[in-house]
Each structure stands twice: as structure tokens, then as C-alpha cells.
Design a protein around this ligand. Sequence first.
Ligand code: MSP
Length: 511
Amino acid sequence: MSFVITTPLYYVNDKPHLGSVYTTIICDTIARYKRLMGKEVIFITGVDEHGLKIQRTAIEKGIEPKKHCDEISKIFFINWKNWNISFDKFIRTSSKHHELVVNEFYKRVKNSDDIYMGIQKGWYCVGCEEFKDNPENSATYKCPIHQKNLEWKNEENLFFKLSKYQKQIELLIKEPDFIEPIERRNEIINFVSKGLRDFSISRTNVSWGIPVPGHSNHTFYVWFDALLGYVSAISSNSTNQSLDKSINEGWPANIHLIGKDILRFHAVYWPAMLISAGMKIPNKVLGHGFLTREGQKMGKSLGNVLDPDLLLSKYGNDPVRWYLIKDITLGNDGDFQNRRFVDIINNDLANTIGNLLNRTTSMSRKWFDNKVPNIEKVSSENKLANHSKLAVQNYIDKFNIYKLDQAANEVLSLAINTNLYLNDNQPWLLIKDKSKLPLVKEMIYNVLESTRIIGLLLLPLLPELSSKINVQLGSTYQNDVPWEKQLRWGLLTINSNLPKPTPIINKLEYE
Ligand code: MSP
């Protein structure tokens, strides 16, 4: 069975920002980990192209929505390639195939007698593409997320009978695995306990959308359309693309990773829509927090938006990944601080991991003819081997429950313990005494072996740094051997060649 993981489908009103990079990097890390653990992964990302927000953005630019979407979608696609994101599917909701799946899905929901025509009145945030609950009855009320005035809407729309699914949704959201973290689950339990209201799934004033069959002036509400991108993505490369094909080839998703602002859509509306269509519900909705910059919300009006392109070109992929994965607990809000970023990268990656590799390979090359020491027998009963076994076990345990920061810290702890082992044993002093040579060989072997395991553990987290470590150790990864097996102690080949060391990570300077 495949493991299906999704990022939100990003609105194409603008190019990717740090928030979208964050979500996508986390998904990428989980996708890489699952692949390494032997799963067949379908990692879905893509763009949400319809709706009033995009329609207006295109009008402001003075171009056709289609042209605008083509441009920005391409930027997203290229951007994820630049970040070395290992996505399997990139879905565009303006594609014909997606439209077909939406229509098939709508037919199912209609056949369940869950659609009716009604009047939709309320205050709407175009930024969120969402009606807001009971805001003060005034046009000056602003959306708390977008800080923009809400718009009054009063129109005939098609409605989905969400209220019919009250009991099923209540049962679903009580399951501890479905919504994480617990704060998010409680938020949703509270929302649902107030009673679910039917929501409108069509619009009459938005031309940039998928036409609703049988209702000539209606297009589908952008969320009704976009959520289905997760499904249509699965069969997007197949020859006969259809809803059934997607269902047979991977649905349901194992994880929807999303920001906390779009939780209701994923944890309430979406499951109800799926039940109505006779489809399976995703296993988990993981809601991450919001990123701020130096303690402040990022926003165009504040002029403090951090351009991810700039971060990537200035610092490279690994440092940004490390900061976002290790310094922010998945589920909590996080803050991007430049000084902290520089400190963490220098301490963790340059000093602790980079130096460890550099000094150990240098010693080994110098003392043992550019090779891994030629020891009699690999012992797996030593202090470092024990540290390593424990780190590997904890890392896997943490990764399996998506505590990515803790998994990253396990790797770092192993590197710290390996440095300590070197400092405690001081092989550079022992080497002066000929009788200690066997001991020094064993120590250096142990440190190199620990470094090999650190490199392997970094593979899903920092793929580029990991492969640099691998090269420096003489390319020890074996593509035909399961990754988990390669994490066992003692697999570094005795007497193998060690290439000339080159720095694997540069130290950063404060701005
Ligand atoms: N198009 C919808 C999603 C449809 S999914 C079928 C959407 N798009 S979005 O581009 O506005 O937002 C995408 C994601 O970015 C959301 O999960 C949102 O929470 C996240 N973020 C937006 N700003 C963010 C931060 N400042 N920090 C972290 N994530 C943030 O919503």
C-alpha cells in the first residue's frame, strides 16, 4: 500500500513564501524517510488556481487568469525543484483532468442527496476564500489573518449538507490520531460541538472556476474544487485518469500537512465530503504553526517578508532545512531570527558535525595511509556503538510519530557524543606511543563508523549534507541494501580508501 502525503495546494496569487517552503520541506523530509523505510510514497504538492482571489490578482495585473496561473504555477514548480523537493505529483487545479475528477466527485455527492439550492448571506474574506463566523455586522470588520475588509455576499448558491454528518464528524475528530497536535484537535472539537452548518459549494460571481454541471452561471467554490486536487493528483499521470483510478491507485491520503488556518477545511468539511462520496477519509491531518520573523508576523504591508529565494541562494538548502526542522517543534509557531539561524548552523552543522568529519578523516588519512584503519575485528560493544544504537532507535521512534525536531536532535546528540569520545580518549596523544596503535585504530574506526551513521541518519533531513558526508567517507551508501539495515553498527569497510577532506559546510557570518 502506498504512503500518500500532501502539502496544501498553494494559491497562485503570489510566488512561494517562507510558510509554503516550510510546509513543503517538512513533507519532503517525511516522504524521504518513508521511502528509506521501504514504503512506496506518493508525495503530492501543487497549486490551487481558481477562485475570486486569483481572478482579482489576474485582473489587477491586466492579464487573463489562465496566463497568470501558468506563470505562477511554473514558478512554484521550479522553486520546488530548486529546493530539491522530492515530490511525485504536482497538481494544477486548472487542468482538464482535475476538472473531470471534480465533476465525478460532485455526481457522487449529488447522488447521496447532499446538494440543494439555497441563499448564501454572510461576510466573506477573499484572502481566506471563506465566510467568517459571526463577525460584527459591519463592512469595516477585518479578517484577523489578512487584515482586509470582509465583503458582504448575498447570492443563490448550491449547498452541501454538512449538518447531516455531525455525528460522524464528532466521532472522527475524537480519534487521537486524526488531528494533531492536541491543541488543534481541541480547537476543532470545540468548533464542531457548536453544530455544523451546511456550506455553499458554488458561486455565481466567479467566472474563474470549474463550471457546475447543470447550473450554467455557477462555478464550484474554490475549496470544494481544490481539496479534490489531493485525489486527482494520484491519477494525474495515468493513461485513463478518473476518480476511480485515483481511488484504486492510492487514496486515502495518510497525511495532510497543513497550516493551522486551514484546519476546518481539512478536518471537518473534507471528511464529510468524502463520506458523502463514499470514499475513505485521510488518516491524519497534521496542523503546523505559523512562522514569524524576528517575532513579527510576516506581511507585505509590514515590509518584512523573508524571500525564500534569497535564503536559498545565500545559505543553501541544508542550513534552511536544519533550522526549520530542528528549531521549530512541528505544530508550534516558529520564529525566524537571523542571529539564531547563524548560531545554530555554525554550532550544529559546521562545528559539531562538519568538524567531526573533517578532523577524523584527516587523522585517519594521516596515520593509516589515507584509509579507514585496518582493525582486527569490529567491536560493537563499546561506548560509541552503544550511543549509536540508542540514537538510531530513538530517531526512528521519533520520526514515526513525526517529532522531527526530536529526531534531528538525536542525530546531533550522537555527533556531540562522538566528539566527546574523541576528546576523552585523545588519540592524537596515544598515537605517539607505538604500543597503543591497536587502540588508536579501534578508536578512529569507531568515530568514523559513528560519523557514517550520522550521515545516514541525515539522509531524509539534509539530503545534500548527507551525501557530502558519504563521499568523504569513501561512498559507503549501498543502494541495494535497505537503509535501516545500513544503520547497524560495524558496516564501514576496514582498510577502505578515504578521499581528501573538503569542507562540507561553510561557517556563516552575522548580517
Ligand atoms: N489554497 C489553500 C489550500 C488548499 S489545500 C486543498 C491555501 N493556500 S495558501 O497558499 O494560502 O496557504 C498554504 C499554506 O501556507 C497553508 O497551510 C498556510 O497555513 C500556510 N502558511 C501561510 N502563511 C504561513 C506562515 N507565515 N507560516 C507558516 N505557514 C503559513 O490556503
